[in-house]
Unconditional design. Structure first.
Length: 137
């Protein structure tokens, strides 16, 4: 039984899948740039590094098979919704990639039990879908 699920990432109109048995490798790639506690601090203090996020996402996308530069990912942070919305989506998706689905389900169940979040039967799949057509797909 796989601990993780396949991860589908989208970039510049193309989809890339990280098979479940390679997701832990993607987590290792993420942690080479930014650890889970560091991301939690970014969220808590609201001071994320756009360069750090761009480099992290670039590495993950390349791990998934995309031909993308960190510069292209950085520019993508400025297209589509507001930059702050992009940053929130980027960090949240990285966190979702790093967490096993069972941990996400347990956290959702705990929040639902406390009345802070409706219960979810299955976590949604992380995606790096970009809404802009040019710099992102």
């Amino acid at each position: 039984m796989a601990i993780f699920e396949d991860m589908k990432l989208g970039w510049n109109g193309a989809d890339y899948v990280i098979p479940a048995d390679r997701v832990l490798g993607a987590v290792a790639v993420i942690e080479e740039h930014m650890t889970f506690p560091e991301m939690m601090e970014l969220v808590r203090h609201g001071k994320p590094s756009l360069v750090g996020l761009s480099r992290t996402w670039g590495a993950v996308l390349r791990y998934a098979g995309a031909e993308v530069t960190d510069d292209e990912v950085y520019v993508g942070m400025f297209t589509g919704p507001t930059v702050s919305q992009r940053v929130i989506e980027a960090v949240n998706t990285l966190l979702l990639i790093m967490m096993p689905p069972t941990a996400i389900a347990a956290a959702n169940a705990e929040r639902a039990a406390s009345g802070n979040l409706p219960a979810a039967s299955k976590p949604s799949k992380p995606s790096t879908r970009r809404r802009s057509a040019s710099a992102a797909g």
